[in-house]
Write a protein that binds this ligand. Structure first.
Ligand code: SF4
Ligand code: SF4
Length: 87
């Protein structure tokens, strides 16, 4: 797969969990549909908590630090991430 335009940009990234572990207050969490994921890493690039980790050509999410903001779901070009209620 060829790189997308934003993957050429120099970026700085936050440290994972700079705001601490999420605890029990998150109300929605991102769930990846691996049948749809094309491994483009857009979610990895844009996650403000750096809790998305490239993994075998796809990604995985560290739920201990994920804040449930939904940025990853919003930037995914193939809508492979759904925000699902914690309850
Ligand atoms: S919901 Fe927010 S914090 Fe959690 S993985 Fe997606 S972008 Fe990162
Ligand atoms: S943005 Fe979507 S398609 Fe790209 S790696 Fe993340 S989940 Fe997969």
């Amino acid at each position: 797969m060829s790189l997308l335009d934003y993957q050429y940009f120099p970026v700085s990234r936050p440290n994972k969990g700079a705001g601490g572990k999420t605890g029990a207050w998150r109300i929605v969490k991102p769930i990846v549909d691996y049948n749809k994921c094309i491994g483009c890493k857009a979610c990895f690039m844009f996650c403000p908590e750096a809790t998305i980790i490239p993994n075998n050509g796809k990604i995985k999410i560290d739920y201990e630090y994920c804040k449930g903001c939904g940025v990853c779901a919003n930037v995914c070009p193939v809508k492979a991430i759904n925000m699902v209620s914690e309850q």
